[in-house]
Design a protein around this ligand. Structure first.
Ligand code: MLT
Length: 392
C-alpha cells in the first residue's frame, strides 16, 4: 500500500488550527482575560427567523409518513435549485436550475471539484490565498503556480504575458485581502481563460458584501464566462450557515473541455459520491431566497458592514495602509513599523488581547500584512477598534 505521498508537501497543520492552538496556549496562561476574536471568518449572528422557521417545518415533515424524505436528489432538491436559479435571474444572470448543484459548502466543493480534472494540472493560485486552495491542490498532486499579488496593484493581479495554467482560482471579493475585481478586470481573466482553454474556479463566497455597482456578484455577469468558468458559492457568510452547511455550484451547459461536458461529468460525480444535502438543511437554505429571508439577511449583513466601517475609521486615524472592508468582510492592513505578520499577531494578542490572522498564513507575500475579520459582535468590534487605534 502506498499512501498519498503528496501529503508530505503540506504544512504540518492548517492555518486556522494553528492560530486556535496559539490562542489557546495564550489564554491558558492568562486566564480571566477576555479576547476579542477578529481572526477566522466565522459569523456571530444567529440564523434569520425565516430560516429557523423553515428548519422547524422540515423537522416536522420528517416526523410524518406523508411528508417524510429519505435520500435527496444528489445534485440538489429541485425546490432549492430553482430558488437559486431565480435568484441569479434577479441579478441579470441567466442560469437554469439544472446548472445549479447544491453542496454542503464552498470549502468542500473548492477541493472536490478537482475530480473533474486530470491530476498533475498546472493551477494558478493568486497569493495571498485562502489556504484551502493550495492544500487541496497539493493533496491532488497538482502543480501550483503562484500568481503574486502586491500592494502596488491593489492586490488584484491580472493575467500576464507568459502565464500558462490549466485551472485558475479567483476569489472576488477576495479572502484574505477584501479586494474585489471590477467588470473590466474580470473580463480580462475571462478572455484569458477562453484563449488558453483554461477553466476558472470562481469563489463567490463573499458576493453578498458587494456595495460597489461596478463589482460583479457573479462571474457569469461577464460575457464569455459560460465557456470557461465554474462558480462556487456558499450561504456561510451570506446567511450565517458556517455551522449549518449549505452552498451551491454553477456549471453552465456550455462548459466543455477536450470534447467532454463538465456539467454532465459533475452529475456523474455527484450521483456516485454523494446522497445529497439533507432535506432539512435544503429547506432552511431555500428560505434564504424568499423575500422575507432576503430582507432578514440584509439586516445581518448591514451589521457586519457597520463593523467594517468601525474598524476602518480606527485605522484611518493611524495612517496605516489597508484595503478591503468596502465590498468584503475582511480588512487587510500593512503591519506597522516594519513588523512581520506573526510578530504583529503576538503583539496584538499580548498588548490588546485581539486575535487576528497573520498575512503570512495566506502565503509568503502576505508576510508584511495582517487580516481582520468583521464578523464579531458590534460591541467587540468597537472595543477592538479602540484598542487598535490606541496601540498603533
Ligand atoms: C476564513 O477565515 O478565511 C474563513 O473562515 C475561511 C472559510 O470560509 O473557510
Amino acid at each position: 500500500m502506498i499512501p498519498n505521498t503528496n501529503y508530505s508537501q503540506l504544512k504540518e497543520s492548517y492555518l486556522f488550527f494553528n492560530i486556535a492552538q496559539k490562542t489557546k496556549a495564550w489564554q491558558d496562561q492568562h486566564s480571566g482575560q477576555r479576547l476579542l476574536r477578529m481572526g477566522i471568518g466565522d459569523v456571530s449572528l444567529p440564523l434569520s427567523p425565516a430560516v429557523i422557521s423553515a428548519l422547524h417545518g422540515a423537522v416536522e415533515d420528517q416526523a410524518k409518513a406523508g411528508s417524510f424524505h429519505g435520500y435527496m436528489p444528489e445534485c440538489g432538491a429541485p425546490f432549492l435549485r430553482e430558488a437559486i436559479a431565480a435568484h441569479y435571474q434577479t441579478k441579470g444572470v441567466d442560469i437554469d436550475s439544472e446548472e445549479v448543484f447544491v453542496s454542503s459548502g464552498a470549502s468542500d466543493e473548492l477541493g472536490d471539484i478537482l475530480d473533474l480534472f486530470q491530476r498533475g494540472q498546472t493551477v494558478a493560485i493568486m497569493e495571498p490565498a485562502y489556504p484551502a486552495y493550495v492544500d487541496a491542490n497539493l493533496m491532488a498532486g497538482n502543480r501550483i503556480l503562484k500568481v503574486e499579488a502586491s500592494q502596488e496593484q491593489g492586490f488584484l493581479p491580472l493575467p500576464e504575458e507568459g502565464l500558462e495554467a490549466d485551472l485558475i482560482y479567483i476569489c472576488s471579493p477576495n479572502n484574505p485581502t477584501g479586494a474585489a475585481y471590477d467588470r473590466e478586470q474580470l473580463r480580462k481573466w475571462v478572455d484569458f481563460a477562453n484563449q488558453k482553454d483554461a477553466v476558472i474556479l470562481f469563489d463567490a463566497a463573499y458576493e453578498a458584501f458587494i456595495e460597489d455597482p461596478e463589482v460583479p456578484h457573479s462571474i457569469f455577469e461577464i460575457e464569455g464566462a459560460k465557456t470557461c468558468a465554474i462558480e462556487i458559492c456558499s450561504l456561510s457568510k451570506t446567511a450565517g450557515f458556517t455551522g449549518t452547511r449549505c452552498g451551491y455550484t454553477i456549471i453552465p451547459r456550455e462548459l466543455t473541455r477536450g470534447g467532454m461536458n463538465l456539467r454532465q461529468m459533475w452529475i456523474r460525480n455527484r450521483t456516485t459520491k454523494t446522497n445529497g444535502v439533507s432535506y432539512i438543511i435544503q429547506k432552511g437554505a431555500a428560505a434564504v431566497f424568499t423575500p422575507e429571508g432576503q430582507a432578514q439577511i440584509q439586516e445581518n449583513l448591514r451589521i457586519y458592514k457597520e463593523n467594517a466601517k468601525t474598524l476602518m475609521r480606527a485605522l484611518d486615524t493611524t495612517g496605516i495602509w489597508y484595503t478591503g472592508g468596502k465590498n468584503a468582510p475582511y480588512i487587510w492592513m500593512r503591519c506597522p513599523a516594519g513588523m512581520d505578520s506573526w510578530a504583529f499577531f503576538d503583539l496584538l494578542l499580548d498588548r490588546a488581547q485581539i486575535v487576528g490572522t497573520p498575512g503570512e498564513g495566506f502565503g509568503a507575500c502576505g508576510r508584511d500584512f495582517f487580516r481582520f475579520s468583521t464578523f464579531s459582535s458590534p460591541q467587540d468590534t468597537a472595543e477592538a477598534a479602540q484598542r487598535l487605534a490606541h496601540l498603533l
